[in-house]
Ligand binder design. Sequence first.
Ligand SMILES: Cc1ncc(COP(=O)(O)O)c(C=O)c1O
Length: 425
Amino acid sequence: MKRDRCSIVREIDKDIMSTSYDRDTDFVYSGGKGVYLFDCHGRKFLDFAAGISVMNAGHSNPQVMSAIRKQLSLGTHAAFPDFYAETPVMFSQTLLSLLPSPLNRVFLSNSGTESVECAIKLAKWHSRKKWLVAFSPCFHGRTMGSLSMTDSKPVQREGFAPFLPVKHVPYPYPYRFNGSEEECSNASLSAVENVFKKLDGNIAGVFFEPISGEGGYIVPPKNFARALRKLCSEFGVLLCADEVQSGCFRTGKFLAISNFGVKPDILCMSKSIGGGLPLGATVASRKIMNWPHGAHSNTFGGNLLACAAGKAALEFMERKNLAKNAERVGKSMLKRLSEMKEDIEIVGDVRGMGLMIGVEIVESKKSKKPGHGKREEILKKCFEKGLLMLACGNNVLRLCPPLVLTENEAMKGLDLIESALKEVE
Ligand SMILES: Cc1ncc(COP(=O)(O)O)c(C=O)c1O
């Protein structure tokens, strides 16, 4: 039997690529446009994954593609850490124009985990303190510094110790907390305060995802981020916001933490800020990011193609007011999903902000027992029906479509999810 291209790609991949890659479906990418992806048979899929929350400006965005082409004709690599170049500086200016003061200095890298590594080093350098505090669950990346904090799936940490000194405290997870939202928030805050007191001022920074991403798309109680900010200020601990996944207009504001009226001391960004090319940014105030030449650097940070793409993507998203679109379409999706929750026994919780939405699958509403197997079946069924979606946490469906999604496309996707949920139920 003649084998098709998709099967050949999968076979070679299985033979030569690292066994650590983890694919939920058989999808083989061949291209994308807007909110759609195409596999190597030319089959069209509605994309609710956005390349893991990267393609906020839409696949093959014409403005982004044209900026890449223009830069390509001039050159690709300026070794920006060692030589001045216009494109990374212009990108950074655009990024800063979207951020609250006093976030006014930028370090450029190539990924989320690198943006976190830079933040860890900066927090330590600035404070000269030893410990980091992170939440559980949390995901900050997989290199040794960020992995020291990451606490999402056991497989991500097993076999990699020793780690940096990190204390974990519970992320406020209202659905899984036995009590009110306020009690949930207070329980996490008092855990943070206890750690602050116990470590007696020897803490460099608290790393916080304003909405927990990989850990399960968990939205903390409304007052939590503000109270955490207050605690950090009281104890002189740097608040480091990891907006690698939640940032870049996804939640209706440029930063998710702005939904809570909070400003971080150090900010980590990546994914969507590169418009589809690898780009990371760590941002802080002049007062904090004043380390000496050579204290932190790299080779590819400020890559010209990535910065040209990123600048065009940020400008496009701002011009088209995609934050507003995310907020509007996200609201309709949450409404429709909440109606599904009423009808469908295995939908335990529906939560989110803008187009960062989690649907927690359970065995039954009463038991709240995590429906891990059911979640996997739902993802497979959605794929068969033409919808690409990712998982997060142990039993959560992760909905993070490109922010150019229209209401109509959103409802089409939800039709597919609803029918998959009903079949699996
Ligand atoms: C919140 C958060 N931080 C850090 C990372 C790590 O980013 P990367 O995979 O680009 O290293 C991720 C990746 O999903 C993330 O969601």
